[in-house]
Write a protein that binds this ligand. Structure first.
Ligand code: PEP
Length: 250
């Protein structure tokens, strides 16, 4: 099996106006282009309003651009939504689907997430499928069952390492400064890889990211864990120095 290359993905959420976003990717791209043989891939997922200018600024470079969400349909009467082909058209190579903020704020079920991931695949992009338990579910000893259920419900047929990345993001760790123990992260990632067997082709090749309060001070130890193939980073992806330091922890 070829070694899995780490992926460091930034989820900007609903942050950044144009000047700020362009300055951020300008700095990251400058560092990435001058890095000698980086051992990671880097992706930024700006809000929908900034996908076009960011993608234009990064055209032909190493820093990839993704969407934070898309509609499951290709087009139609869905006011305010953005489709996977529209994101592809702007230069996106990946789309986050099933982020817990979408599951919570917009009532997205596993079935909805699966339909969105399918749309991403049909548009020839990578679906970054997010899963993760709430604090109550972890306290009740149900974290692994919840995550396994989300995987079974959210991963479409035809998924493979070429079109799918899994992001394990415990809901209670997102934006809180709290993280699971290293043992808990490693155990969950191992369980995810076992569960992928039967759901995706060549599960050993699929990248599994950890997300939830990743920062420069904890990235080295988290990135070194078995089956952790990178990070999905929220808050710390908005500062070039922090995001770059996380990438350099790989
Ligand atoms: C996220 O939004 O996916 C995330 C992991 O956020 P943060 O890094 O801020 O916890």
């Amino acid at each position: 099996m070829a070694a899995r290359r780490k992926l460091i993905a930034g989820n900007w959420k609903m942050n950044c106006l144009r000047a700020e976003g362009l300055a951020l990717v300008g700095e990251l791209s400058r560092r990435l282009e001058s890095a000698k043989d980086p051992v990671f891939d880097m992706l930024v997922c700006p809000p929908a309003t900034l996908v076009a200018p960011v993608a234009d600024a990064l055209k032909g470079g190493k820093l990839a651009v993704g969407g934070q969400d898309c509609h499951a349909k290709e087009k139609g009467a869905h006011t305010g939504d953005v489709s996977a082909p529209m994101l592809k058209d702007l230069g996106c190579t990946a789309v986050i689907v099933g982020h817990s903020e979408r599951r919570q704020d917009h009532g997205e079920t596993d079935a909805v997430v699966k339909a969105k991931a399918t749309a991403v695949h049909v548009a020839h992009m990578t679906a970054i499928i997010c899963v993760g338990e709430t604090e109550a579910e972890r306290d009740a000893g149900k974290a692994e069952d919840v995550v396994a259920g989300q995987l079974r419900g959210s991963i479409p047929q035809g998924s493979s390492a070429a079109n799918t990345v899994i992001a394990y993001e415990p809901v209670w760790a997102i934006g809180t400064g709290r993280t699971p123990t290293n043992d808990d992260i490693a155990a969950m990632h191992a369980m995810i890889r076992r569960t992928l067997d039967g759901l995706v082709a060549h599960p050993e090749s699929v990248r599994i990211l950890y997300g939830g309060s990743v920062k420069p001070s904890n990235a080295v130890e988290i990135m070194a864990l078995a089956d952790v193939d990178g990070a999905l980073v929220g808050g710390a992806s908005l500062k070039a120095d922090d995001f770059w330091a996380i990438a350099e922890s790989c």
